[in-house]
Design a protein around this ligand. Structure first.
Ligand SMILES: O=C(CO)[C@@H](O)[C@H](O)COP(=O)(O)O
Ligand SMILES: [Fe+2]
Length: 221
């Protein structure tokens, strides 16, 4: 069985109690914290920045996975690295120079990755596979938590898995958007190994029960 990781998106957490929320979800089995950054420009919503990343950093030992939905991306990358991010991903549409942005993330000591919207081609990977540590496939259009999983994402996950296998490199394959207990196994079968889930986890009172059920589904996938 591959190493599967569950990455709760704090977008659906109670922001008034964020420290407690991240501590609780890690205690209840989260492998990473997924941190959604939206700028009301690249996406029509506005969320959290480096200050909040820095504030939660001392509360958890697991990696903080920063998903940048901002344009342009380069200015803010060093700030997130200094704030304690471990992984930084961005959308190719948010950078004028994708190769440079990936290198900038790595130069700041973080793992780097590209994020693909439902209608964005994986061809952006063609000449940068050696600079990629993680590929994130969006299974919703970015901007909001609580949307429904777009089934066509499964084909794209499978195509990303094929590219990763062909590269021979150890690259994480993450899926983000509408992941629930009911569809996590399908995403794993398609080739994903890292699963973002916001509303499915933070929308229920018992985080451990949801994460345990997700792991049980993954064990059967
Ligand atoms: O990046 C995004 C949305 O743009 C996600 O990380 C969502 O926040 C995931 O939330 P759910 O779909 O799991 O509720
Ligand atoms: Fe996200």
């Amino acid at each position: 069985m591959p190493t599967y990781r569950i990455a709760p998106s704090i977008l659906s957490a109670d922001f008034a109690r964020l420290g407690e929320e991240v501590r609780n979800v890690v205690r209840d089995g989260a492998d990473m914290i997924h941190f959604d950054v939206m700028d009301n420009h690249y996406v029509p919503n506005l969320t959290i920045g480096p200050l909040v990343c820095e504030a939660i950093r001392p509360h958890v030992q697991v990696p903080i996975d920063v998903h940048l939905m901002v344009k342009p991306v380069d200015r803010i990358i060093p700030d997130f690295a200094k704030a304690g991010a471990n992984i930084i991903t961005f959308h190719p549409e948010g950078s004028e120079h994708i190769d440079r942005s990936l290198q900038l993330i790595r130069d700041h000591g973080c793992k780097a990755g590209l994020v693909f919207n439902p209608a964005t081609s994986l061809d952006y990977l063609d000449y940068v596979m050696d600079k990629i540590d993680i590929i994130l496939i969006m299974s919703v259009n970015p901007g909001f938590g609580g949307q429904s999983f777009i089934p066509e994402a499964l084909k794209k996950i499978a195509e990303a898995r094929r590219r990763i296998d062909e590269s021979g490199r150890d690259i994480m394959l993450e899926v983000d958007g509408g992941i629930k207990i009911e569809n996590i196994a399908a995403a794993a079968k398609a080739g994903a190994d890292t699963f973002v889930a916001g509303s499915a986890i933070f929308g229920k009172p018992d985080y451990k029960a949801v994460i345990d059920d997700m792991r049980a589904q993954l064990a059967k996938a």
